[in-house]
Structures are given as structure tokens and as C-alpha cells.
Design a binder for this molecule. Structure first.
Ligand SMILES: [Cu+2]
Length: 155
């Protein structure tokens, strides 16, 4: 038994030093949020998560100074109606980026302290089960304008 405990601590020490010698094992791409409309006190942040190494990981928490509360959400269909539901974690598998995007997984920002304004950015700290925490800057984009009226061409 003593020997097994020694082995476990040696493995822990090895994985700790390996983690420090390599870039962050989760790459976060294109973090963005929509500007809030009117007096809305909630927002959502979107991004893409990729495992850069062979290990899977899970996003287990997010936090931001702009919101009193931050939750991980998904959209699910209940009959024909899309509803948001909190999820405990968001899985990240090697070789298959996990997309957080409108209509799907997202980071819900609840009780915003101020409106999210296009052209600004704000920090969000993501906590991964294995990779630990990383803080990214989320760019606020304008809400997509309504389709132009009386202008026939589309690209
Ligand atoms: Cu939500």
C-alpha cells in the first residue's frame, strides 16, 4: 500500500510540472457577446473551446465582474419551444472543438451591473476541471441590425 501511495504522488508531481512546461491545454477562440438591448439585465457570451493536447476536459464554471451571477447554459427543445437550461459542465473532447453559440451552449450573464455596449470588452474567467482557470476578454458586438428595407441585394 505504501508503494502505491508513493507512485500516485510521483504521478501527480509529474503531471504538475508537465502542465507548467506547456501552453494552456485549452485554447479559447473568438470570445464575444451581443450588446444588450434597452434595460435588459442579462447577456450571453459565446466562444469556441479546443483541447490542444490529447486530454479531454470540462468547463465547470465561468465568472465575470460585469455580472452578479454567471451560469453555463444550453438550449434544449421542449416540444417546439427552445428553452435555456443550466448545465453542470461543458465537455471538451480532443480533435473536436466545442462551440458556444447563439441557440446552443452559452455563458449566461445574470444581473448585469451595466449594459453591454458594442465596441467594448469585458473579462470572463473560465474554470476547467483539469486545466484550471483562464481569463479571456470578451468582445461586445452590435446586435445584428434588422434586414435593410427597400434594398434588394444580398451578399
Ligand atoms: Cu442562458
Amino acid at each position: 500500500m505504501r508503494r502505491r501511495i508513493f507512485l500516485a504522488s510521483a504521478l501527480l508531481a509529474a503531471s504538475f510540472s508537465a502542465a507548467h512546461a506547456q501552453p494552456h491545454p485549452i485554447e479559447v477562440q473568438d470570445p464575444w457577446a451581443r450588446a444588450t438591448l434597452g434595460q435588459s439585465r442579462t447577456g450571453a457570451a459565446y466562444l469556441t473551446l479546443s483541447a490542444t493536447g490529447p486530454a479531454a476536459d470540462r468547463l465547470v464554471a465561468a465568472s465575470s465582474p460585469v455580472a452578479a451571477k454567471t451560469e453555463l447554459h444550453n438550449h434544449i427543445m421542449v416540444g417546439n419551444v427552445a428553452q435555456m437550461r443550466p448545465v453542470d459542465a461543458i465537455e471538451i473532447a480532443p480533435g473536436s472543438p466545442t462551440l458556444l453559440q447563439p441557440g446552443g451552449l452559452h455563458i449566461m450573464l445574470i444581473d448585469l451591473k451595466a449594459p453591454l455596449q458594442a465596441g467594448t470588452s469585458f473579462p470572463v474567467t473560465l474554470t476547467f476541471e483539469k486545466a484550471g482557470a483562464v481569463t479571456v476578454q470578451v468582445a461586445v458586438r452590435a446586435n445584428r441590425p434588422a434586414a435593410p428595407v427597400g434594398h434588394g441585394h444580398t451578399h
